[in-house]
Structure formats: C-alpha cells, structure tokens
Design a binder for this molecule. Structure first.
Ligand SMILES: CC(=O)N[C@@H](CCC[C@H](N)C(=O)O)C(=O)O
Length: 371
C-alpha cells in the first residue's frame, strides 16, 4: 500500500488545469500499463482515461469515477512533495481520488470481480465540467455502467469515517462572470470618466442582497464573488472591471430566481453608471442526486463492514460535475474523512494519507459485495 502513497505524492506534484492534465494522464497510463493486462481495456478521451476490467461473468458494469484536475492555488503546505507547477495545487483532493481508483484497479486487474468495472478518470471537474461531454464519449457509452460510485475527500471528518445521504448531496452550481465597461480617464478628473471600480463595488454589495432578500429563508443559495479585476494603474480611472464568481442553490427554481435577480441588478448598474454590463454563466453543474436504494444499500454495507464509521450527513453547497453522470446512470457519491484543519480549496490542505488504504479496502469489499 505504500506504493499508493508514493503514487499520490507523485500526482500531487503535477497539478494541472482542466483539459490540460497531460502529465497526469501520461503518468496514470504508465501506472496502468504496468498492471496485469489480461482483463483490461484501456482507452483515452481528451486528457481522461477509461479502463474496463472484464468481470468473471460480466453480467453488469459498475462505474467508478475519479477526477483529475488541480486548482490555481499557490501551495503552502511545506510538503517535500509539494506542487512543482507554480501557482497550481491539488487542493480539492483529486490526487487522493485518482490514487484510490488506482488502488482498486491494482486489485481488480489481478483478481477481477464478478461484474465488469469501468474506471473513469475524468478531466476538468473544477471547470468547465468534463463529465458533461465525457458521459457522451464512445468509450463510456459502449460500456455504459449500470450504476456508478464516486467519493470526495472531506477535511472535517476523521479517517475511517464516511458520510453521505440518499437524494440531494451537492448543490446546483453556475459560474458567474460579469464584465463592466465604462470610460477611463485621469484620476484627477472623475467628471470626465465613468469609473468601473466604483460600479463593480456597488454591484458586489448589491449581490449580497439576493440571497438575504429574494430567496426563501427555508431554501438555500450562495453567491460568491471570488475574483475582481479592474483598471490598470492607481492614478487611472478604470475603464473596465470584471467579477468572477459562482452561484449555488439547492433547487432548480432558486437558481432561476437568483439569475433573474442578478440580471435585474446588472440592468440597474448599467443604467445608473451609464456603462455596458455583460453577463456570462460559464459552466452550470447539475446537482449530485444520490439514488435512494443504492445509497441506502451502501450505507448499510459500510455500517456492517466493521471498518467504517458512517454519518448520514446534510447536503452541501459544493458542486460536482459528477452530477451529470448521475443524470444518466443511477449511483451515488460519498464523503471520505481525511482529517485536516484546512478546508477544500485551501493552500494548506493536508489530507491524511491513511484515508487512501482505508478507502481502497472499503471499496474493494463493496465492489465484491455487490457482485
Ligand atoms: C467539490 C468542489 O469543490 N467542486 C467545485 C466545483 C466547481 C464548479 C464550478 N467551476 C463553479 O465554480 O461554479 C466547487 O467549487 O464546489
């Protein structure tokens, strides 16, 4: 199992943006090529990989999905195996997700299950959402699974704990990009210009009222503006500003309402600041909707396994393009405890590597059990 920790550390050093996971793909292909090949069919799709393990009877196919991309974060863990890609980091656990998938592949390539297994190494989870097109690719469709399983690391739970629930687990998401264009000018002559830094500041403040004033308090939504850019120099009034953010809702109706309110606010900003305002919603992820029966069966299995603590958790406002797979194949996702004080997308995220052999053990047993 130490080889899996080493593998995770290798992957951790080469985080790459979505659809640019070239080194990651090549590294994984080499690892997979070293496994017993007799029962394997390996195909690539863009920077992703799909590996089928032919089962003993092959009467059904179970998909296992691991995402591959990193995030534009400068790592501050102090690890001696920290990212070698400046400004990029595996800060959402995808190095763990891939390592666990390889651990399962190692086991089942040597000793196939009753049923077929389809390992889906999927690019671009953080954006723009590789699952949406990968679920339509030939390598996936010709072996379309009867059910799918995936996990996500959870910093807040101890190693040995998993958490999930039937039904809604992760939110609907929409990216949010707003471009403002006014008139630039000399800092000393504001009357001749139309300042987009001021317009953007008003807009960010107004956006805070959408959730508090327009969404049913018993429903939930989030609007986060994670990045603002604007202007060119401290003594030049900014001609342009750009807001980049994300919207999260637990219902499709709330997403429609939030977008409607944002559009109205943009009209208002545009009128009051006499500027152009253009909105783009980027990638929209479907909620992760866990199949009731499969999730309950998995919870029961894990509770009886004697190796896992199981928590029935609440839904989270995180997003996952795995929701696209679950739209066409029944299945579920669960949280895997990795016990670190730093949250997902944090530059100091240090998940406990003991979670890797734990997850491989639990899922090996589960994938045999459901055969
Ligand atoms: C688990 C996780 O952190 N997922 C990401 C998904 C990103 C969705 C999209 N790019 C967006 O920002 O809306 C998340 O931020 O929840």
């Amino acid at each position: 199992m130490n080889s899996l920790i080493e593998l995770r550390r290798q992957l951790h050093q080469i985080p790459e943006p979505g659809f640019e996971e070239f080194k990651t793909q090549s590294y994984l292909l080499n690892v997979i090529a070293a496994l017993p090949q007799e029962h394997l069919e390996i195909e690539t799709w863009k920077t992703g990989i799909i590996v089928k393990v032919q089962g003993r009877t092959g009467n059904k196919t179970i998909g296992y999905r691991a995402d591959m991309d990193g995030l534009p974060i400068t790592e501050e863990t102090g690890f001696d195996f920290a990212s070698t890609h400046e400004g990029f980091m595996h800060a959402c656990g995808h190095d763990f997700h891939m390592s666990i998938a390889i651990g399962l592949l190692q086991h089942f390539a040597a000793s196939p299950a009753e049923h077929n297994l389809l390992f889906v190494f999927q690019p671009a989870e953080e954006g723009p959402g590789g699952a949406l097109t990968m679920r339509e690719c030939e390598a996936f469709l010709k072996n379309k699974p009867d059910m799918m399983v995936a996990l996500h690391i959870a910093p807040e739970y101890p190693v040995g704990t998993i958490a999930t629930k039937p039904g809604l687990l992760f939110a609907n998401t929409s990216e949010l990009f707003i471009d403002l264009k006014g008139t630039g000018g000399h800092a000393a002559y504001p009357q001749q210009a139309n300042d987009m830094v001021v317009a953007a500041s008003h807009l960010v403040t107004q956006l805070q009222t959408v959730v508090s004033r327009n969404i049913d308090p018993l429903d939930s939504a989030v609007i986060t503006v994670g990045k603002i850019t604007g202007g060119t120099k401290q003594n030049i009034i900014a001609e342009r500003a750009r807001l980049e953010g994300t919207i999260r809702t637990l219902s499709a109706e709330a997403m429609v309402k939030v977008k409607h309110r944002i559009e109205k606010m943009i009209e208002g900003i545009s009128a009051s600041f006499e500027c152009e305002a253009v909105i783009d919603y980027g990638a929209n992820y479907r909620m992760v909707d866990n199949d009731h029966d499969l999730t309950e069966q998995f919870i029961e299995f894990a509770q009886n396994s004697g190796i896992a603590q199981v928590i029935t958790c609440r839904e989270a406002m995180t997003g996952e393009d795995y929701g696209y797979f679950l739209e066409s194949v029944p299945g579920f996702m669960f949280w895997l405890g990795v016990d670190t004080p730093y949250g997902l997308h944090h530059s100091k995220l240090q998940p406990d590597e003991k979670a890797i052999p734990f997850a491989v053990d639990l899922l090996t047993k589960y994938l045999k059990h459901i055969g």
